[in-house]
Ligand binder design. Sequence first.
Ligand SMILES: C[S@@+](CC[C@H](N)C(=O)[O-])C[C@H]1O[C@@H](n2cnc3c(N)ncnc32)[C@H](O)[C@@H]1O
Length: 345
Amino acid sequence: MNATVEAEDVKMLFRNQHAFLIPKIMFTASDLGVFDLLMESKEPLTSVTIAERLGTSPFGMERLLDACVGYKFLQVERKDNQTLYGNTDLANLYLGKRSPKTQYYSLKINAEFTYTRAQHLADAVREGKAQTYRLSDSSTNNFYEAMYRTESGLREFMEFMREMWSLCGRVVLNAFDLSPFPLVCDVGGSSGALAKEYISLYPNSTVTIVDLPEVVETGKKHYVSSEEHRITFHECDFFKDPIPEADLYILARTLHVFTDEKCVQLLTRLHKACKPGGGVLVVEIVLNEDRTWPLEAHISGLVMLLITQGKERTLSEYNAFFNAAGFKQIQQKKTGHFDAILGRK
Ligand SMILES: C[S@@+](CC[C@H](N)C(=O)[O-])C[C@H]1O[C@@H](n2cnc3c(N)ncnc32)[C@H](O)[C@@H]1O
């Protein structure tokens, strides 16, 4: 083997073996306030000043800042014999707690909730099931029961879900002309972040968010003001309770949490409730047919294994669900990170 190729292999092996540190680095720097401080200071700062302002050791802070430079979360400049640290555009936009499109709760959930379960990946592969039940503070293996056990867990998960739509909501809803569907039901719609994008894109639309009682209660209290009459919340277990009639059902990041049987069961219930000529819009990361890419689908598939009963699927697999439930004229559009799949009744 040629020496350059071998050196590249060694680099790749070293980096991949330590890649588990990346979410920890991103979250720790965000949580300690590094990105917010640098955003608000308007000028680059030394590691000693950053450590002083954030109440950490200068030694530890310098290690963290240098790693952030390595991963391009921060940039450095040399001035008057000093190393000065500043945010990259990526950090300014997404990584600060007060960044305009902050992904703070996404970082937190991945660095804490997912990370602890990932210690049991081999068990998950052996058993083919989620690993929440192994954790000492858990009495359940059900993802939502574990997440919603405390008020703070529920709020953090809803924030995590909300954050993504500040990045991708508009582009996902623009994948198809949804103007023929003014009466919309966002099934498992959480805080209503996608619902807000929908009503701003389609001025004659109204959206009902269907979700579990604790989510609905928090959604009404913290996310959608009572003046916003075009968005309403509806408490419902969508596997058991009647589903409101609508022209369009949105199922965003919801099917990938469930088994194949549950997906067909839910889609069949939506088909029954759907108005004639209506449809269902599924938003997921779709695997290509030979299951080789995108890498995001593989990553998300493993996360689903660790925490839920679900997985990521190919378009053929979603087609089979739609057909079994009665939806036809299935169309798929890639929208960047997510795919949108529209089926008609
Ligand atoms: C993975 S989250 C996706 C949230 C949202 N669609 C989004 O993309 O941001 C799935 C949502 O389904 C809700 N959910 C799960 N099981 C449910 C059930 N049986 N009945 C109603 N809602 C449910 C959860 O509370 C959660 O809000």
